[in-house]
Design a protein around this ligand. Structure first.
Ligand code: IPE
Ligand code: IPE
Ligand code: MG
Length: 246
């Protein structure tokens, strides 16, 4: 007999992942932190493959926060080299898998060569119709809201009226407009760390102690299964939600 219960609950359309724990993974093996970031690249590939196979519409991966610049210089430069390398190596396979790749974040502060690779990857994959993959690099949720407000003011200029400012208008001007349905954080910390603040307003949160380099498809599957069992209420009562489901 097949188990039909999972058919009653839908997949998350947009999954965000705070890929944390690379440093601890490396330190527990007596290695330098950068080797944890390198090991994390395989977990990134596995998560992307899983999301694409599963039919998830959007995946946003937090790779480098606006606060991560404060880390030791060698770690920051090693991470930047790793992004450049991973982007060059993976873009063809991303494209072959019909994935649209975008880097969200303040890319102006990144090296010229990384910015060029980001632009090339975006242009190459822009017409693809499969998974939308956002990599958040030099991203901060507060920065995203501030840049949205600046964009609005720049567009509307002095014709801006108070009533023009709506939640929809701010949403439309964010780097990623879609609400996150499921937020996964590896590495066990129960915090948002300035990820997609606005878009996380009603996300379901799943924290696992698994460190990012150890995160497999089956860990991803566990998070999805946990999501599918939950009742999302969006401020309503459970009874209202159950009635509207029928
Ligand atoms: C997450 O892993 C990757 C980045 C922030 C770039 P960490 O490097 O934060 O790993 P821990 O939290 O120190 O273990
Ligand atoms: C969040 O992890 C950023 C990324 C995963 C890229 P951090 O390791 O930087 O978060 P905190 O400092 O523990 O909050
Ligand atoms: Mg960390």
């Amino acid at each position: 007999m097949t188990d039909n219960t999972s058919l009653l609950f839908s997949l998350p359309k947009h999954v965000g992942i705070i890929m944390d724990g690379n440093g601890r993974w490396a330190e527990s093996r007596g290695k330098i932190r950068l080797s944890g970031h390198k090991a994390g690249v395989n977990a990134v590939k596995e998560a992307i493959t899983y999301a694409a196979e599963k039919g998830i519409e959007r995946l946003t991966l937090f790779a480098f926060s606006s606060e991560n610049w404060k880390r030791p210089k060698e770690e920051v430069s090693g991470l930047m080299e790793l992004f450049t390398w991973a982007l060059s190596n993976e873009v063809q396979s991303v494209h072959k898998n019909n994935i649209r790749l975008r880097v969200i974040g303040n890319t102006e502060k990144l090296s010229r060569s990384l910015q060029d690779k980001i632009k090339d990857a975006y242009e190459l994959t822009a017409a693809n119709t499969g998974l939308i993959l956002n990599i958040a690099v030099n991203y901060g949720g507060r920065w995203d809201i501030v840049q949205a407000v600046k964009k609005i003011i720049a567009q509307k200029g002095t014709s801006l009226e108070l009533d023009d400012i709506t939640e929809e208008l701010i949403t439309e001007n964010l780097n990623e407009c879609a609400d996150v349905d499921l937020l996964i954080r590896t590495g066990g910390e129960e915090r948002i760390s300035n990820f997609l603040l606005w878009q996380l307003a009603y996300s379901e949160i799943y924290v696992t102690d698994v460190l990012w380099p150890d995160f497999t498809k089956s860990d991803f599957e566990k998070a999805i299964n946990s999501f599918m069992k939950r009742e999302r209420r969006f401020g309503l009562t459970g009874e209202q939600i159950r009635k509207s489901d029928n």
